[in-house]
Write a protein that binds this ligand. Structure first.
Ligand SMILES: O=C(C1CCC1)N1C[C@@H]2C[C@H]3C[C@@H](O)[C@@H](O)[C@]2(C1)O3
Length: 130
């Protein structure tokens, strides 16, 4: 219905702003594009569902998300992939895992700070009845 489309349009505007803020943070550069399979040939043997911030942004535009929870599920996927593929004690793996946890905390904090909980409830109701 028209009110529902207005709500989802507002959600997309909101999610684009959050995604853009995360993507322009230098700390999260490693999450902005898909992992290069040429550079990392075994990546897809280990990670079954790659995700990155550029893909996240294109999913917003394809109306893939109808509530903030669905968007945060893909943020969690980026984080989980990074933790799973980079599990070692090495300084490099620790650095990647630290940045992945920071990405998750920043994303949740932006949503909480800027998302009215009634608005999210409305989006969940739309999602649940579709
Ligand atoms: O997991 C990732 C990204 C970091 C968060 C997503 N990669 C897997 C490779 C291992 C490590 C070092 C480089 O080989 C670089 O190619 C990657 C990219 O980082």
């Amino acid at each position: 219905i028209c009110q529902e489309e207005n709500t989802l349009r507002e959600l997309r505007i909101f999610l684009r702003d959050i995604c853009a803020k995360l993507a322009r943070n230098k700390q999260f550069f490693m999450f902005t594009k898909p992992v290069d399979i040429e550079e990392v040939p075994d990546y897809l043997d280990i990670i079954k569902e790659p995700m990155d911030l550029e893909t996240l942004m294109s999913k917003i535009d394809k109306h893939s998300y109808i509530c903030a929870r669905d968007f945060l599920d893909d943020i969690d996927l980026i984080v989980r992939n990074a933790l799973e593929y980079n599990p070692d004690k090495s300084a490099e793996d620790k650095h990647i895992r630290h940045r992945a946890c920071s990405l998750r905390d920043k994303a949740y904090a932006f949503i909480k700070a800027e998302m009215d909980s009634d608005f999210e409830d409305t989006c969940r109701d739309i999602r649940d009845k579709r």
